[in-house]
Design a protein around this ligand. Structure first.
Ligand code: NAD
Length: 332
């Protein structure tokens, strides 16, 4: 007798990381049921299972979706993600990211869904006093976006203990790159991430801003840990399987475990594309730590997962293949 494939609710699955995770889920025999209000996501990015257009703050719609699709676990990506905007408009972030997540967890409790894989962030660490950063580093976010992620982690801790929900909080560093099959990529509007901005600079000839060149790093620009989005997607499937196999709730850093400066990213883009990536040095931004590098050791041990594609060359080459497509931004 054939077993029914497990159905997984993927909130925010029309977005950048969620769509790559949906593809990875389908490749492992799961059915990803994408739940997204399309405020930032794209309908064309939903290609591997059913789509439900809805808001995570709509508890009744969540409950009916979980029941209709016989959902057994949740991957929760849906959130607002613009750090600068979160400082100017914190109410927007607490409302969507916190109240939305609580509505989702209420729906899980009510319907008996017992596993949640949550998109947390390195932003919960604030300005770290060490590199690499382990999960035990102090948690002190310096913006409302990071604060919302930490609050949701804490809610998961208490909801899980009370209601028998097991969860993983996956604290990503900088997600980057694109699906090696060319079906998905990063398509944010507005774009705030370095690698797509550098790709746009290559394509348009318009300089990308580099915020500060006087940090205590090897070339004066900030160091970040870039993790290929496909590696992230694979870690999500591994985290889900870990929970389905009875694994205990845990927070895990997801990064490559090494860092590159902004200028190294620009130089790599020039080498990969064979074209100039114009840039200009501008003032530092408030609240940018000089170095952010993950210690991904716990994720590697617990999930038996290792980044496979997260060299800077591989990330930039996949991003370039995506951004250089002529029809990229049009629905397919
Ligand atoms: N991109 C990164 O480098 C990074 C780093 C750390 C953490 N994260 C987290 O990963 C997750 C995914 O990030 P992303 O870069 O793919 O962002 P994204 O904006 O591409 O995807 C988020 C998706 O959530 C949807 N959404 C937002 N609010 C919703 C709501 N109320 N109801 C239903 N859908 C809603 C959007 O339409 C979008 O499709 C987010 O939770 C983000 O905070 C991302």
């Amino acid at each position: 007798m054939s077993q029914r494939s497990k159905h997984v609710l993927v909130t925010g699955g029309a977005g950048y990381i969620g769509s790559h995770a949906a593809k990875a889920l389908a490749a492992k025999g799961f059915v990803p049921v994408v739940y997204d209000n399309l405020i930032y996501g794209h309908r064309w990015a939903v290609q591997w299972g059913p789509f439900v257009e809805g808001d995570i703050r709509d508890r009744a719609k969540l409950i009916s979706t979980v029941r209709d699709h016989e959902i057994e676990a949740i991957m929760h990506f849906a959130a607002f993600t613009y750090v600068g905007e979160s400082v100017a408009r914190p109410e927007r972030y607490f409302n969507n990211n916190v109240i939305g997540s609580l509505a989702l967890f209420d729906a899980a409790i009510e319907t008996g869904v017992r596993h949640v894989v949550f998109s947390s962030s390195a932003a919960i660490y604030g300005i770290p006093d060490r590199a690499p950063i382990s999960e035990e580093a102090p948690q002190s976010p310096i913006n409302p976006y990071g604060e919302t992620k930490l609050i949701v982690e804490r809610a998961l801790h208490w909801y899980g203990a009370a209601h028998g929900i097991t969860w993983t909080a996956l604290r990503y560093f900088n997600a980057a790159g694109a699906d090696p099959g060319g079906q998905l990529g990063e398509d944010h509007l507005p774009e705030a991430h370095l690698i797509p901005l550098v790709m746009q600079a290559v394509l348009t000839g318009k300089a990308v801003d580099v915020y500060g060149s006087d940090y205590p790093t090897r070339d004066g620009t900030c160091v970040r840990d870039y993790i290929h989005v496909t590696d992230l997607a694979d870690a999500h499937v591994a985290a889900l399987e870990y929970l389905l196999n009875g694994g205990a709730s845990v927070a895990l850093n997801l990064g490559a475990g090494r860092g590159y400066t902004v200028l190294e990213v620009i130089q790599t883009a020039q080498a990969v594309t064979g074209r100039e990536a114009p840039y200009r040095i501008v003032e530092r931004r408030l609240g940018d730590p000089d170095v952010l590098i993950a210690d991904p050791g716990r994720a590697e041990r617990i999930l038996s997962w290792r980044p496979q594609r997260s060299t800077l060359e591989s990330i930039v080459a996949s991003a370039w293949a995506w951004h250089a497509q002529p029809a990229k931004a049009t629905p397919r």
